[in-house]
Design a binder for this molecule. Structure first.
Ligand SMILES: [Zn+2]
Ligand SMILES: [Zn+2]
Length: 443
């Protein structure tokens, strides 16, 4: 790694933190849900343009920008935000020839004579833009101004970290060998999520060698970086299972086919998947989170609806768990003479960190937070994350910045009292900058 270059990049951070905190608080005040991040997109776009980037719109409300676009891009007319896919494709195909790209950025201060040995690699850094449909319950001066919407996963912080990183890289553009692609991704959360997949379909990864992303995580101690190679976050399946029987008077079960009894047995029986089908190996979570049936105390209802989620980390385990889940649904229905209608919705795939990329995160984290604050504890998480789509396409690593304050009951992500910890802006930027230097100068 080029320690001199990295030290110069890191030296820019302290002077930027006030401005970055202001950006973060502005984003927090104006949270937007997935594929609705129009204002957020504007904030990001203006920031990037003022730092000499030529961002392209992608996935409706996302943005992509290259630190070192193709030469034709520099010579072209003003940015055409609708030309995202074609320009990225062009950029990627000329990737190997872009090292001498003319640098017209006024913010560039470094002397070209100090440029590091060149690289033809493109390293992508990803931030997520969207908020959650949760009403903010804090009394922060920058609390959400929109009822029912708030940044309760800290994506406002992730976006700010990448904006700060972008600004530092721009100031030293001529010294950065190779290309850095900034991925500002919409719609990570929720039913209408999967913004990462849309970006990939539109060409965001064309020419990209590796992708890195991070998430704040208040369940891990503040000041720690958590990462591991391999499975890091879960494959998600959500289910809706309806047992349909015959309703009737509560005093006459012999004339009914009781879906409540079937549902109750099912809730118990599916516990055996983790404890008996898998045994000591584990590797799955099966949770029934909804059980709705009936309205009156003396009426056996005609149907019972169960909904929940299944989390796994390995395709073989996933197949076994889903097969057993279906068997238990069908056999329960047969046992109690009702019908079972099962709808399984496939969520995000398992997020798998490439070994070499996870090792890079560990090297950089050792420098940023120290070896004693580097950990793989708590991983994999059983939560889902659509960074998994990036990691499924190119070697990638996703890591976590701890945010739990010692002695405090720090609200976790998705809690109405949660707020992103601004002290992570600096750590996050140092991690991202370190990864850029590590991956572009160590070959
Ligand atoms: Zn979230
Ligand atoms: Zn999140």
């Amino acid at each position: 790694m080029n320690d001199g270059l990295l030290a110069d990049l890191e030296a820019e951070i302290p002077g930027m933190l006030d401005a970055l905190r202001a950006v973060r608080h502005d984003l927090h005040r104006h949270p937007e849900l997935g594929f609705e991040e129009h204002r957020t997109q504007g904030v990001v776009r203006r920031w990037l343009e003022s730092n000499g980037y030529r961002p392209a719109i992608m996935a409706e409300t996302g943005l992509v920008a290259d630190l070192r676009p193709s030469p034709t891009d520099h010579e072209g007319s003003p940015v055409d935000p609708t030309a995202s896919t074609s320009r990225l494709t062009a950029s990627a195909t000329t990737n190997a020839t872009t090292n001498a790209a003319p640098t017209t950025n006024a913010a560039t201060t470094a002397n070209a004579a100090t440029a590091t040995k060149t690289s033809t690699k493109t390293i992508a850094l990803r931030a997520d833009l969207d908020a959650l449909p949760i009403t903010e319950e804090t009394d922060l001066p920058y609390a959400s101004v929109y009822p029912g919407r708030s940044h309760k996963c800290g994506h406002d912080g992730h976006t700010t970290i990448l904006l700060g990183t972008a600004a530092v890289l721009a100031r030293h553009r001529v010294r950065i060998p190779g290309n850095v692609r900034l991925l500002f991704q919409p719609a990570e959360e929720g039913v209408r999520g999967g913004g990462a997949k849309v970006m990939i379909d539109e060409g965001a990864l064309v020419g990209v060698d590796e992708v890195y992303g991070l998430h704040n995580w208040p369940a891990f101690p503040r000041g720690q970086v958590h990462v591991k190679p391999g499975a890091t976050m879960a494959q998600v399946h959500n289910f809706k299972l309806v047992f349909r029987g015959v309703g009737g008077h509560g005093s006459q079960p012999q004339l009914c086919k009781d879906p409540v009894l079937a549902g109750a047995h099912f809730v118990t029986a599916v516990q055996s998947i983790a404890s008996r089908t898998l045994g000591y190996e584990g590797g799955a979570v099966v949770s029934v989170c909804v059980f709705q049936a009936g309205r009156a105390e003396n009426v056996i209802p005609a149907q019972a609806t169960l909904e929940g989620t299944i989390r796994t980390f390995d395709p073989k385990i996933t197949a076994r768990v889903l097969a057993r889940f279906r068997e238990i649904a069908a056999s329960t229905a047969a046992t109690f003479d009702v019908r079972a209608d099962l709808a399984l919705r496939v969520g995000y795939p398992v997020l798998v960190n490439a070994s070499a990329c996870a090792a890079a995160v560990e090297r950089v984290a050792t420098r940023v937070v120290g070896a004693t604050h580097l950990s793989s504890a708590g991983l994999p998480l059983a939560a889902g994350e659509d960074f998994a789509y990036f990691a499924a396409n190119v070697p990638s690593a996703y890591f976590f910045l701890g945010a739990q304050v010692p002695g405090e009951d720090t609200p976790v992500c998705h809690h109405p009292m949660f707020d992103f910890d601004d002290s992570l802006i600096e750590i996050g930027m140092r991690m991202m900058l370190g990864l850029v230097v590590d991956r572009l100068t160590s070959h």
